[in-house]
Design a protein around this ligand. Structure first.
Ligand code: EPU
Length: 437
């Protein structure tokens, strides 16, 4: 990607003109977690339906830096971590994305020592890593910083990590994933209390179970993991492990369809992972039909049809996902009445609404966690700077709704998480172009 690329979008002035079928790619966050988990294996682990996005390229680069061999053919990726030997992360790559922290779990368990910089990522508020560090300490590891104070160094006890009782201060998704991975190779049983229950965590549990790890409590906030005694895992599947569809991409396409499409069919998705967001939209009047692997919005262009306002409050799964908060914020600008959007997971994730207000939306930021949006408003195209990948797609939706042209900058954030986005959007009628400055 060119560093100064941007998207130029011609809006459709609130008309519902898009139509067709749009397919969802594999889940970014599940793929990041499962690719990291491949470092627990002493041989090849093949995956299919991996999204072709820059965050995945970074994860495979980190795995190779650690000594693994990767074979990447589009959405088919095989990781062979038999030769893994280096627990010192590639600094620049690790700092470029938050999910690099997940890899600390399997590398510590496999190699007994990891050295890594504080992870980077999207600008969505403070993102501490205390849950990871205190969890490893509970398993007997020693945590310190390197002499230059630039990296953390974690050393497992003599003989390897020990199973432990771990209480999560917050239900961290990647924290749960990393500690599950570490516990899988530990000596003895671990009991993880107050873990995240997001679908990505459940997928990881299923993946580890498929390799023979004994885990109890799947889908609940307490997971009991019987460690493998330091022995690396082996892949037992006959086919590649398939990454499930991305629920956040799916939900964002539903919002785009609700606001801009006459008819839209979203394929290769799993509506069961979006039960709450879809229910909210149906209550607002969005004509949604689902099958087990598709979502259809139909008869959406009736004259005088308006959607009603909504109240959302982000929460750990099965609550409303923070990663869908921004697209729903755009929906609120087009719904009739007063909507309330509360962001409870991250404190920096409502900032995008200031830009949306400059497009013409009626937004009052009550405080860092709460916005009140009065709709409907007509939006005008603008110059926008994407603050993170989820708000980036929300800007694209707002630009489609708006009158006139929008230019969206910082699209490297969007490329981190959405595969072939402009090609997919053009396929349903969005006038979007990638522009090189
Ligand atoms: N937290 C701590 N200490 C920790 C870890 C987390 O205080 O050690 C706090 C965070 O600051 C936050 C809350 O706990 O307030 C929850 O954060 P969590 O750790 O669950 O977030 P994460 O694991 O870093 C994952 C996703 C995010 C998604 C969140 C919440 C991945 C790679 N990332 O992040 O996805 O927003 O869970 O569901 O799985 C995205 O895809 O755009 C994205 C940001």
């Amino acid at each position: 990607m060119h560093a100064t690329e941007s998207f130029r979008i011609e809006g459709i002035s609130g008309k519902k003109e898009l139509r067709g079928t749009i397919a969802v790619s594999g889940s970014k966050n599940e793929a990041l977690s499962l690719l990291a988990a491949a470092a627990l294996f002493n041989g090849k682990v093949p995956f299919s339906n991996v999204p072709v996005i820059s965050d995945i390229e970074k994860m495979t680069a980190l795995l190779r830096h650690a000594g693994a061999v990767t074979d990447e053919k589009g959405s088919a990726i095989t990781v062979d971590a038999a030769t893994i030997s280096n627990g010192r992360f590639d600094r620049e790559t690790a700092r470029a994305f938050r999910a690099s922290i997940i890899l600390t779990g399997p590398l510590l368990a496999r190699l007994g020592k990891v050295t890594f910089p504080p992870p980077g990522g999207c600008l969505i508020g403070k993102r501490p890593i205390d849950v990871f560090l205190s969890g490893y300490e509970r398993m007997g590891a020693r945590v310190c910083t390197t002499d230059d104070n630039e990296s953390f160094e974690i050393v497992a006890p003599e003989g390897g990590l020990r199973g432990a009782e771990i209480f999560f201060r917050v239900q961290s998704v990647t924290g749960t994933e990393a500690l599950l991975m570490a516990a899988s190779l530990a000596h003895g049983t671990s009991v993880l209390h107050n873990v995240a229950m997001e679908p990505e965590v459940t997928s990881l549990v299923r993946f580890l179970e498929s390799a023979g790890v004994e885990i109890h409590g799947i889908g609940t906030p307490i997971l009991t993991v019987v460690g493998n005694g330091g022995k690396a895992l082996s892949f037992r599947g006959e086919k590649p492990w398939t990454i499930t569809p991305d629920r956040i991409e799916t939900g964002s396409f539903v919002i785009l369809g609700a606001l801009c499409a006459e008819e839209l069919t979203i394929t290769n998705c799993d509506p069961s992972q979006l039960a709450l967001p879809l229910d909210i939209l149906k209550t607002c009047g969005v004509p949604i039909e689902t099958t087990p692997d598709s979502i259809r919005i139909r008869d959406n262009s009736k004259p005088n049809k308006s959607f009603s306002a909504l109240t959302i409050r982000t929460h750990e799964y099965p609550g409303f996902p923070t990663d869908l908060q921004a697209p729903f914020g755009i929906f609120a600008t087009q719904a009739t009445g007063e909507s309330v959007v509360e962001e409870m997971i991250f404190e920096g994730r409502l900032g995008y609404l200031e830009d949306i207000a400059r497009m013409g939306a009626n937004v009052a930021l009550a405080h860092v966690h709460k916005a009140i949006i009065q709709g409907p408003s007509s939006l005008s195209g603008r110059e926008l700077y994407s603050p993170d990948l989820r708000a980036g797609l929300a800007y694209i939706i707002a630009a489609c709704v708006a009158r006139g042209t929008s230019h969206i900058h910082n699209i490297h954030y969007i490329d981190r998480g959405y595969e072939r986005l402009e090609e997919k959007l053009r396929g349903i009628g969005v006038a979007i172009q990638r522009v090189k400055a």
